[in-house]
Write a protein that binds this ligand. Structure first.
Ligand code: EPZ
Length: 432
């Protein structure tokens, strides 16, 4: 099936060459949040009209807009603004062509179910970060009264209105989002327990309530959704991308410089910023900015990723670069996904000392024959997912010699102008 609306992302270069170990200094702004904008876009079948601002120019965003146009939406995505008319939407299956390339496309299952009483999506591809089933999504739909048929490469969910209560076995971000969408027009009330509490969840709740939904949060992790008849047109600004902000701060520390990111939400990064301080970096925060500076040799620490507000898995690959520069060993444990260490093979090839045992790794800097710390050596590395791509670019900026990073299509999925921002701060990176 060819999607005639395929919008074109401006960035197409697949490889960058990184030379020099220049420190980064300066101030950059944070992009709009990818992991906020994607679920807001997936919610749009529930609305008649929308204007979203501060939307980042990412390939994942373009795919979601293409899917909405494939469903019959009309409008534009340009200059960070998504303006769509959704009144003539038709219910079509979201094929595996979409779900295979972008897991967030599986979120249309809930919004199509909520809007039309049926949602049909292709089975999502397992990304290189691990198997990524949808069992919590589909079990939630079933528990709340829907019929679920999973076969022939599709999940098909039908219902004439969800009601009741469901406790998520683990606080899945996507399952929380899908179950919210499906419950917006409930004939009664839906209670979801043990929901994900990432900032992106509260942004989605605020967005839907601004459009006329009736969703309330009760501590510690319960949402109550009282059904409404319809939603109204809404204008909404996407919040800053906390993961991009953290990635840029890590680049500043790794290169022995100092980077300030503005237009961000420091309160969304409490755990990862504490880890930077524990490693010996200087971190200063204001209302909407964070500045991180290198002030001396980095120390090894212990980090375990977890569900919010624990250390986010999406910051794991970035902090592993700092661990590969630290003179004392770190222990890094990935508890959210079951395969998010592929970048460590590349770091080991660059000289870092890394021992992996299942989902835990001991990481420290490269050493010379006398056991003294030495630089990593640049070489040709590959990217396997978007956070890994950004992390390998940072590794290249701190390694001796020239580093080539390939498969930048992963970077463009989540980072808008990442290379341009790094070069503005003093990096020497050129597209090949
Ligand atoms: C969201 O993915 C983010 N993506 C991910 O960011 C992020 O890493 C993840 O949440 C965790 O914070 C977007 O927001 C678009 P989950 P999601 O459902 O919703 C298991 C990035 O780099 N699980 O919270 O897919 C799952 O396998 C991306 O920006 C089930 O077992 O994550 C995983 O181990 C990567 N069954 C864990 O839960 C299910 O039905 C967390 O997954 C659903 C999930």
């Amino acid at each position: 099936m060819t999607i005639k609306y395929m919008s074109v992302l401006t960035k197409t270069k697949e490889t960058v060459i990184i030379s020099g170990q220049t420190p980064l200094f300066g101030t950059v702004t944070t992009q709009g949040s990818k992991n906020s904008a994607l679920p807001l876009l997936a919610a749009l079948p529930l609305l008649p009209e929308v204007e979203l601002t501060n939307v980042p120019d990412l390939s994942d965003i373009h795919v979601m807009v293409d899917i909405l146009k494939y469903l019959g939406a009309t409008g534009t995505f340009s200059e960070g603004v998504v303006k769509l008319d959704l009144r003539n939407l038709i219910n079509r299956p979201i094929s595996v062509e979409f779900t295979d390339q972008l897991r967030a496309s599986s979120l249309f299952m809930g919004s199509l179910l909520g809007k039309f009483g049926e949602g049909r999506v292709g089975m999502p591809g397992g990304c290189v970060i691990g198997s990524r089933p949808l069992d919590i999504h589909t079990n939630g739909f079933k528990t709340l009264g829907a019929e679920v048929d999973s076969g022939a490469g599709y999940h098909t969910v039908t219902s004439n209105g969800l009601e009741g209560q469901f406790t998520l076995p683990l606080p899945s971000v996507g399952a929380t989002q899908n179950l919210i969408y499906a419950s917006i027009f409930s004939p009664g009330e839906v209670k979801l327990h043990n929901i994900a509490i990432e900032p992106e969840i509260f942004e989605l709740v605020n967005f839907l309530n601004a459009a006329g939904a009736n969703i309330t949060f009760e501590m510690p992790k319960t949402l109550t959704i009282r059904g409404v008849k319809r939603l109204n047109p809404v204008q909404f600004k996407v919040q800053p991308d906390r993961i991009e902000a953290f990635t840029l701060l890590v680049a500043g520390i790794a290169t022995k410089g100092s980077v300030k990111v503005t237009h961000c939400c420091p309160e969304h990064l409490t755990a990862p910023l504490q880890s930077l301080v524990d490693m010996g970096a200087k971190v200063e925060i204001g209302d909407d900015w964070i500045e991180a500076s290198y002030v001396g040799p980095l120390k090894g620490i212990t980090v375990e990723t977890g569900f919010y507000p624990a250390f986010p898995t999406d910051c794991q690959q970035q902090i592993s670069i700092l661990m590969a520069l630290a003179e004392t060993p770190s222990i890094l444990t990935e508890k959210v996904f079951n395969s998010r260490f592929r970048h460590l093979d590349e770091l080991r090839n660059m000289g870092a000392e890394i021992k992996v045992n299942d989902n835990s790794a001991v990481i420290k800097c490269a050493e010379d024959a006398e056991g003294k710390p030495k630089n990593m050596i640049g070489y040709k590395v590959d990217s396997y997912d978007l956070r890994g791509a950004a992390s390998m670019i940072i590794a290249g900026m701190v390694s001796e010699g020239v580093t080539t990073v390939q498969s930048l299509r992963y970077l463009y999925r989540g980072y808008e102008d990442f290379i341009e921002k790094l070069n503005y701060l003093g990096a020497e990176i050129s597209y090949k």
